[in-house]
Design a binder for this molecule. Structure first.
Ligand code: HPA
Ligand code: ZN
Length: 335
């Protein structure tokens, strides 16, 4: 089964580039930039990666991102993730980045995006991996701040496909960002948002009805509300589920209790993703492997999950079809 998963062509649709920052690379970049971090070794960093909730994690995640300063740093971070994609047969990835985490501490928007885009271009040349960008607004900051970021993104509009919403969910409902999402859509960005990770089903409703999102990040708590489930199925919106993130942040107490299979049975379109792989104990393939074991998923289930990952990506129709054909051939030969 592991072999089947490792070679399965797939897309990753929920990945924070800052969350792919491995301790080894963090140390290297901190030294290169002569920045002091409050850890003496990679082992100490790893020891700190124990969380009780989303906020615990975010505090460490934002701290780690502070060492990123130059375009080269953002290139190295992104290319390192894309090399891992190549090793896992991730054929396409939709990468979230948090500009405000960097612009707030004086790093220009262009430094961040130019480094990321150069790595995307190299991965496409070297490995044939396609990727696109989701610019995520930090929901613990104000809507005015998000508007500022939207403004800064305009010269790079053609490099960005979507806007997203991440960071501390509770107390920061989607409705707080109604106007900036409306404006982002008018500019041509596709809206997605984290909803129902720690927030309740009413946050998912707001993301659907007020932000008009085209995909739901996490969405676990949608299961609280039958009407909402029916609505998500009707609107044909996918959920980007992140199993190891859910257990690391105690959104789900044990993988065996993970609602993924139930979601599939309810007709929800689910995908498997790593979220913040450097922090939560595994890349996307480890997420597939662990959830397969915990829920005894069949090869057909895994094929469906990979199929959703291409189907609900924001790729153009032809590229999507090319990957779906690749997946069909793989499944026909390996089922
Ligand atoms: N949830 C909210 N914000 C985040 C996450 C997450 O899982 N990862 C990085 N920022
Ligand atoms: Zn996330």
């Amino acid at each position: 089964m592991e072999n089947f998963i490792n070679n399965l062509p797939k897309a990753e649709l929920h990945l924070h580039i800052e969350g792919s920052f491995e301790p080894e690379l963090m140390f290297k970049i901190a030294q290169r930039n002569a920045i002091k971090i409050p850890f003496n070794s990679v082992a100490e960093i790893k020891e700190a990666y124990k969380f009780n909730c989303l906020q615990d994690f975010l505090d460490i995640y934002y701290q780690g991102a502070q060492v990123l300063q130059t375009e080269e740093d953002f290139f190295d971070l992104t290319f390192s993730y894309l090399q891992k994609c190549n090793a896992q047969n991730v054929r396409h990835t939709e990468i979230m980045f948090d500009p405000q985490t960097h612009t707030e501490r004086g790093i220009p928007f262009k430094t961040v995006i130019n480094g990321i885009v150069k790595a995307q271009e190299k991965a496409e040349r070297d490995f044939g991996i396609t990727s696109l960008l989701i610019m995520s607004y930090l929901r613990h900051l104000s809507e005015a701040d998000a508007f500022k970021t939207l403004e800064e993104s305009l010269p790079f509009k053609d490099k960005i496909t979507c806007v997203g919403l991440d960071s501390s969910e509770k107390g920061n409902p989607p409705s707080k960002f109604k106007n900036v999402f409306k404006k982002s859509m008018e500019i041509g960005y596709i809206p997605v948002a984290h909803a129902g990770e720690e927030g309740d089903a009413d946050y998912v409703w707001e993301a659907l009805d007020i932000l008009k999102i085209k995909r739901i990040d996490h969405g676990n708590n949608s299961l609280q509300d039958k009407e909402l489930i029916t609505e998500i199925v009707k609107r044909d919106l996918a959920l980007t589920v992140c199993p190891l993130s859910n257990t690391a942040l105690q959104v789900v107490s044990d993988l065996k209790d993970h609602p993924l299979k139930k979601m599939m049975q309810l007709g929800l379109k689910v995908t498997i993703n790593s979220d913040d792989p450097a922090f939560f104990g595994g890349q996307v393939n480890t997420n597939y492997i662990e959830i397969q074991k915990a829920l005894n998923l069949s090869k057909k289930n895994l094929y469906e999950l990979a199929k959703n990952s291409f189907q609900y990506s924001f790729l153009d129709t032809d590229t999507k079809q090319k990957y779906l054909n690749e997946l069909e051939t793989y499944y026909a030969n390996n089922k």
